[in-house]
Ligand binder design. Structure first.
Ligand code: PMP
Length: 317
């Protein structure tokens, strides 16, 4: 059965950032009925125009996540309009070109009161923004990952394929332990075979071997990243062969390059991966040639430094 997505969302209004009031028995607080998106707006070099990147993709992903979480969702148009209005109202917070971006956080949650386990009777959709710099403290320098051996973030049939808040609660412990040991983040394996790569806590993973780019296929336990999808298209346009398939943890040993993709991390080179106490290193403290090319093509497009022949950016001025 498909959950009904046709809840009514009336047009909201712009408000100053501040606390919101919800019932202690709100669905989101008790049963985790919450979904979010992450997007970025970049200021163009003219200092005036601001670019959004594929906002309708985030809207569509929120709608499919809402179906999994038994929530109604805003239409694609409502979502995109709310994002545009929020960014335009916060134009002055979009950093100058080359100095970061405005991170955009659309959030959908069950705010209606519900005591017995059931979908909430009412929902709230809101958007807030914040200027940001680089996601990892390393900047765009290579990150160091550890393959997680104790915890999993997603199971087959679970909610790993949608951007629901509980998925992030599940990774906090693994990520904190990894960070306390000096790693940048955790790389998850599938929980059935403990052999296939899944993703990092907040980004997708790619390996490069002999100029062939491979990334785990989408099969319900990893998030279908919009950067992942865009990088696959960019790479194919640049003449690379890209495979979406099961990638084994052993392939990390042979890879020429490993990199991560996501809205926050953009394209981040991986400098090392530790698995069962063995550390494999990649590159010499910077991007490998393939990931560097993809990073440059994608960010030039997102920042308006090159012509958008993919038709992916939305201009706001
Ligand atoms: N996987 C997870 C778990 C994430 O949180 C994100 C960030 N949204 C991604 C992958 C990358 O997705 P996107 O490229 O759409 O930001």
């Amino acid at each position: 059965m498909k959950c009904n997505l046709d809840g009514e969302f009336s047009k909201g209004e712009l408000q100053r950032f501040g606390n919101i009031e919800v019932s202690p028995s709100a669905g989101v607080l008790n049963y985790g009925q919450g979904l979010f998106e992450g997007m970025k707006a970049y200021r163009k070099q003219d200092g005036k125009n601001i670019l959004l990147f594929r906002p309708e993709e985030n809207a569509t992903r929120m709608r499919s996540g809402a179906e999994r979480m038994c929530m109604p969702a805003p239409t694609v148009d409502q979502f995109v309009e709310a994002v545009k209005a929020t960014v335009l109202a916060n134009k002055r917070w979009v950093p100058p070109a080359g100095k970061g971006s405005l991170y955009i956080r659309p959030l959908l949650m069950g705010t209606g009161a519900v005591l017995g386990l059931a979908p909430a009777p009412e929902y709230t959709f809101l958007v807030y923004v914040s200027p940001v710099g680089n996601y990892f403290k390393e900047g765009v320098a290579p990150i160091n990952l550890i393959v997680e051996s104790e915890f999993h973030r997603a199971t087959p049939g679970g909610t790993g394929g949608v951007k629901t808040i509980g998925n992030y609660a599940a990774v906090l412990k693994a990520q904190s332990i990894a960070k306390s040991k000096g790693y940048s983040d955790v790389l998850y394996l599938d929980c059935v075979h403990k052999r296939y790569l899944e993703e990092v806590s907040s980004c997708n993973i790619f390996i490069v071997k002999d100029k062939v780019i491979s990334t785990p296929e989408i099969k319900g336990t990893i998030l279908p990243g919009i950067t992942r999808k865009s990088i696959i298209d960019v790479a194919r346009t640049q003449g690379f062969k890209v495979e979406e398939r099961n990638v084994t943890v052993d392939e990390l040993l042979e890879a020429d390059e490993v990199f991560c993709t996501g809205t926050a991390v953009v394209v981040s080179p991986v400098g090392s991966i530790t698995h069962k106490g063995k550390r494999v290193s990649y590159g010499e403290g910077s991007f490998g040639p393939v990931s560097e090319k993809l990073y440059t093509v994608l960010t030039s497009l997102q920042m308006g430094l090159s012509e958008d022949n993919m038709n992916w950016t939305v201009n706001l001025s």
